[in-house]
Design a protein around this ligand. Structure first.
Ligand SMILES: [Zn+2]
Ligand SMILES: [Zn+2]
Length: 600
């Protein structure tokens, strides 16, 4: 079973799932009391809550939701039992005689095609209903035994949305009420706070406000334009990471954006990855494809020489831009795009080097991620699936190397037994951001397939050819997606070393302009990224603008500062330091940059 299916199964067995499912029924009861002619459809629990879709005589308003919530609390406090009854299709049709959507679902159940949410089924299910108080729903459960198990102050109806019956735009548009429910009121509060905070941190919103990136209709969806400030951050991150790679024994390479069809046939991409690739372009009668991955290019670099056992390991790294087809409906800001740049690396090594290489790769990933201000990690180890290529002994060795590397670095981890790709086991490293959300970033992935397909070899100590091990490793993953994670993690308030503008100079009056320009020149010469706000605006509005742009430091320059040849520093966190020398200010910045701290 896949990890996702395991997580879902665990959720379905939890009390929280029963609570959410039961609250959905209670909500449907309250809605039907408000609209006795209303039609009910489906109402499943989902992540963090539940929803229910209704066909109602008029549009719901936020005031309605308040009314419904109030009634739900009464129902919960009254302490009703939830009772399950298994019935025949005939009986079900009688009970739901004036509920056409339910009748349609019952027909699906009868034929054994769909469950009560309209999901396709393999086996014919039994038909059951759940009743509490006056409300009956077609349902297989599970539910709480009594509404008393539900905390009447730990749920909330969060929004109203349109949804087509069965998700099909040819069907009628229904009204969906979303709600969230928890075991305790404080869990609910925390969740609502996170929801609010996530909205404020949305990278698409901040990307606009801070002028970091955009997507242009003329260029095309899912294709990112990096504006100067966003690009500055990318340059800083890339430079830091490239140097770190070089210091850690990686060799930097570059490769083209397209390759001949023959290459992708050899790699197998045209067999098993074609639906993610764009249509070929014709060059002198031959098909070329935009690359969906960098691996074949790095393999060709490895193959360009005869390699001896003494030449290994080879670690090739590149910021490689790849293009993958995604349906326009699933594109999302920076996190789901059609063209992106991976910080990709491929390690070619001998079997006796595998252990150390994996340990180094993991150590290196953690070092770079921590340098980016991320602290909480979780690893997922995916092992051999039923259908796989490669020698089982090699799989065992590789899997053990991965497991020992995680153990040695004391990261919490889960094993996805049988969840690996057919060509090798892997570690996925997820980071938790400031809101506790998990983001999948680094991957260390063995490959027993490509070395075989490309016939990779090195000459061993015995003078005989041997097949090297190959490991794919992406660290930050996609630069686009990683940037989205950074924006949301820091809520746009980047640490000093990463901030595209580190300080804004704010002269109070025109007579301070000259001195301000001089200071700007000195700070730039010292390597700082500064802007001088020369607009004829009031000081307070300039400060407010800089604050909104989340610039770490605002240097206010007036008569006092000019006379004493000093500056006054207003810090993004609200603190202030008046009349300090330029040198003192530079020392402070240099320290924050050198340590890459989040502190100001
Ligand atoms: Zn139900
Ligand atoms: Zn690769």
């Amino acid at each position: 079973m896949s990890r996702l299916a395991q997580v879902q199964e665990k959720y379905e067995e939890s009390q929280l799932y029963r609570i959410r499912h039961s609250v959905a029924h209670i909500m449907a009861q309250a809605v039907l009391e408000m609209f006795p002619d209303g039609k009910i459809t489906i109402g499943p629990p989902v992540e963090n809550g539940f929803y229910y879709d209704f066909d109602l005589p008029r549009n719901l308003t936020p005031e309605d939701l308040e009314q419904i919530e109030k009634r739900m609390r009464q129902i919960i406090e009254a302490g009703h039992e939830f009772k399950k009854t298994v019935i025949s299709a005939e009986e079900a049709k009688k009970i739901f005689a004036n509920q056409p959507y339910k009748l349609e679902l019952i027909e699906g159940l009868e034929k054994g095609r769909f469950d009560e949410y309209g999901n396709p089924l393999q086996e014919k299910p039994e038909i059951s209903i759940y009743q509490h108080d006056t409300f009956v729903d077609l349902c297989r459960g599970p539910h709480v035994q009594n509404t008393k198990e539900i905390n009447p102050h730990a749920f909330k109806l969060t929004s109203i949305a349109g949804a087509y019956w069965r998700g099909n735009e040819k069907n009628k548009m229904l009204q969906r009420i979303y709600g969230t429910a928890w075991e305790t009121a404080s869990q609910l509060e925390e969740y609502l706070w996170k929801l609010e905070e996530a909205k404020k941190r949305d990278h698409r919103k901040l990307g606009k406000e801070l002028d970091l990136f955009s997507v242009s209709d003329d260029v095309g969806p899912g294709l990112i334009l990096w504006h100067p400030k966003g690009a500055m951050i990318r340059v800083l991150v890339e430079d830091f990471s490239r140097n770190a790679h070089l210091e850690n024994g990686y060799e930097w390479v570059f490769s083209p954006h397209i390759g001949r069809a023959h290459l992708w046939e050899t790699s197998g991409h045209l067999d098993f990855y074609k639906e993610s690739m764009y249509a070929p372009m014709d060059i002198e009668g031959e098909d070329y494809y935009a690359k969906p991955m960098n691996c074949p290019f790095h393999i060709e670099i490895f193959k360009s020489h005869l390699r001896s056992y003494r030449d290994l390991p080879r670690r090739y790294a590149e910021y490689g831009t790849v293009y993958r087809y995604e349906r326009s409906g699933v594109l999302h800001g920076l996190t789901r795009v059609r063209g992106f740049t991976q910080d990709d690396a491929h390690i070619f090594c001998r079997p006796d080097q595998v252990e150390e290489e994996i340990s180094r790769a993991l150590e290196f990933s953690l070092y770079v991620l921590r340098s980016m201000g991320l602290q909480d990690f979780k690893a997922y180890l995916s092992t051999k699936p039923e259908h796989s290529v490669g020698d089982p002994a090699a799989w065992g060795k590789a899997t053990e190397a991965l497991r020992r590397a995680i153990d040695a670095h004391e990261i919490p981890y889960e094993v996805d037994e049988g969840g690996g790709a057919f060509y090798g086991p892997k570690i996925d490293l997820k980071v938790m951001d400031a809101l506790g959300r998990e983001w999948q970033l680094s991957t260390i992935q063995f490959d027993f397939n490509l070395p075989e397909r490309f016939g990779l070899e090195y000459i061993g100590e015995d003078g005989q050819p041997h097949r090297p091990y190959m490991v794919h490793r992406a660290l930050l993953g996609s630069m686009e997606r990683f940037f989205g994670v950074l924006i949301e993690h820091f809520a746009g308030a980047f640490p000093v070393w990463m901030a595209p503008v580190q300080a804004v100079l704010i002269p109070i009056a025109d007579r301070h302009l000259e001195y301000a320009r001089e200071i700007a020149k000195k700070l730039r010469a010292a390597g700082m990224r500064v802007e001088l706000d020369e607009r004829p605006e009031r000081m307070n509005s300039k400060i407010r603008d800089a604050q909104n742009q989340k610039v770490p430091y605002m240097l206010v320059i007036g008569d006092n500062e000019m006379k004493a040849e000093q500056v006054s520093v207003r810090v993004r966190d609200g603190s202030q330091q008046n009349n300090i020398s330029l040198n003192e200010f530079l020392l402070r910045i240099n320290d924050r940059v050198a340590k890459r701290t989040a502190g100001l």
